[in-house]
Design a protein around this ligand. Structure first.
Ligand SMILES: NC(=O)c1ccc[n+]([C@@H]2O[C@H](COP(=O)([O-])OP(=O)(O)OC[C@H]3O[C@@H](n4cnc5c(N)ncnc54)[C@H](O)[C@@H]3O)[C@@H](O)[C@H]2O)c1
Length: 255
């Protein structure tokens, strides 16, 4: 498989390094609007720098977005229109109902596909399995150190409690995780989100509480930042790499 990565920042660079060493991947095409960001990965085995996003879409079988919503609206749309496989990191872009429906419609029409990695949260496999029968509730509790949400306080404080649709508007830094869980389970209106700040917290944590016909589950992750972008959890890059390995591997594990 030939892979194209649009956006060579924290996530794109880590995915590029892993992809260039992965069995089943014959080429890794790279594009970034900052030419230096792509050029510093040029030395990787099987890596090629594309001159434009259009060249990358033409060359790749799977187009990975690791940039922003604008790239989802343009490059991912073009890739799906061409019937390509795609992988999105800016999953918050799909909280926009009109954009999501348009991209899903394109994929249906052309045979393209959108892969959405679990990103910075754990438990997405459980939410998906639970959604097959009588999923009753999905709650995401995100806790950050106050500085992570540009706040100052010496007390644990609940900043928000409400539906994911409102959370993604009020907390853009939290949008990807809330969107991923919503899409995996009950949608943006039925997924409940709480956002808290804790002066004793040293890491961003996401707790997912699921109830349904299967029983009840609680999954919590305390994330470390990516080595190259403190705003991005390292787990997000790892989940994209794991999903890529799953796509090219002869064996699939997990829901
Ligand atoms: N799904 C998740 O859980 C999750 C977790 C963390 C981050 N993310 C999202 O993943 C995306 C990438 O995160 P990151 O930490 O790697 O960001 P980053 O800022 O480190 O890198 C983004 C790169 O995209 C490039 N870029 C911007 N516009 C571009 C364009 N039009 N064409 C090509 N390249 C372009 C930038 O130059 C930069 O190199 C962000 O949208 C972020 O919100 C998702």
């Amino acid at each position: 498989m030939k892979v194209g990565i649009v956006g060579c920042g924290a996530i794109g660079s880590e995915v590029a390094k892993a992809a260039s060493a992965m069995d089943g991947i014959e080429a890794v095409w790279l594009f970034d609007i900052d030419p230096d960001a792509a050029a510093h990965l040029r030395h990787l085995p099987r890596a090629h720098v594309a001159k434009t996003a259009g060249e990358l879409v033409a060359k790749a079988d799977l187009v990975i977005e690791a940039a922003n919503k604008g790239v989802v609206q343009t490059v991912i749309r073009d890739a799906l229109a061409a019937g390509k496989k795609t992988m999105l990191m800016t999953i918050g872009a799909l909280a926009d109902d009109a954009l999501r429906e348009e991209l899903v419609g394109l994929a249906k029409k052309t045979g393209g596909k959108m892969y959405l990695p679990s990103g910075a949260v754990m438990g997405v496999d459980g939410v998906k399995a639970a959604a097959e029968a009588d999923l009753k509730s999905v709650t995401l509790v995100t806790t950050k150190p106050p500085a992570g949400l540009d706040k100052k306080t010496d007390r644990w404080t609940l900043l928000f409690s409400g539906p994911a649709r409102e959370a993604v508007q009020k907390f853009p830094k939290n949008v990807n995780v809330a969107a991923t869980l919503s899409l995996a389970g009950l949608g943006f209106d039925q997924t409940h989100v709480q956002v808290a700040i804790d002066p004793l917290a040293t890491r961003n944590s996401h707790k997912v509480i699921i109830e349904g016909g299967f029983g009840r589950a609680r999954i919590e992750v305390e994330n470390l930042p990516s080595p190259t972008n403190p705003a991005t959890s390292y787990l997000a890059s790892l989940s994209a790499i794991a999903l890529l390995r799953r796509i090219v591997s002869p064996i699939e594990i997990g829901a």
